[in-house]
Design a protein around this ligand. Sequence first.
Ligand SMILES: [Fe+2]
Length: 306
Amino acid sequence: MAELTQAQLLELVNTKKIAPGNPRVRQLTERIVTDLFKTIDELDVTPDEFWAATAWLTRLGAAGQTGLITAGLGFDRLLDIRADEADQKAGREGGTPRAIEGPLFVAGAPTSKVEVRVDEGEPKGEVFVMEGQVLDLDGQPVPHAMVDVWHANEKGGYSHFFPGMQPYELRRRIETDAKGFYRFRSFLPPGYAIPPTGPVAELFAALGRHGQRPAHIHFLVAAPGMRTLTTQVNIPGDSYIDDDFAFATRDGLIVALERNVAPKGYESLGITAPFTRSVFNFVLPRAASEDEALPLTRMERVATPG
Ligand SMILES: [Fe+2]
């Protein structure tokens, strides 16, 4: 191989091929490699800095923290902003705002009809009921929608990721009734932080950033013919509500809490004393394609062949 300048090397990297390959992958790779060559040159990146970065990426993957850093560097919210912009252009505004899924969804949670207790045993915090309807943009009920709910435990951990928790702890699916009603009992979860050690914590320390998330509850809401909604609601009063490390807080998703609600009518959820309630309707637009109605999370979507 002949001697090469930086520009000649970049040209070679971006044009070499023995088969057409995937044009989209070629296009994106070309852009990213070009930008990185430029970054290395313009910012005079040293070999030690470069290899430290590759070692960090290796640790990031091994620690299973890629989904954490995408949120922390704003990519998850960026995709939501772009989806909102696309909706706006297409005249498709309306409905419950989308919000980032985060990396901690687990498929296959136990399913109940209409109502369920998401937590088990003794309450681990303020007893909380969230209830409402799944509606379309005209305010009509969406019958038999599936509401997937998951949230952190009292220590800020999620089952399947946090040691000592039971499978599907604080993860449930609720099938709404014919009028779109759902309700569940749990407790108000606290906010939480990124793991204190590991590659994401290292980068955040170097960036001088905190890794705190305000208290929230995640949802995936799906129904035939409706656009699948991934969202989360925030619990008001959290000091990080406007300073989320994942930039996920949105207007319209901070629930109102009613305290000291009388227990009458909530006995089937095991409630016998005044409790805290939030009424929240999920409003879904009609799906514009079959793809939009697929009840899949982000990783299920990309894992689906075809
Ligand atoms: Fe979360």
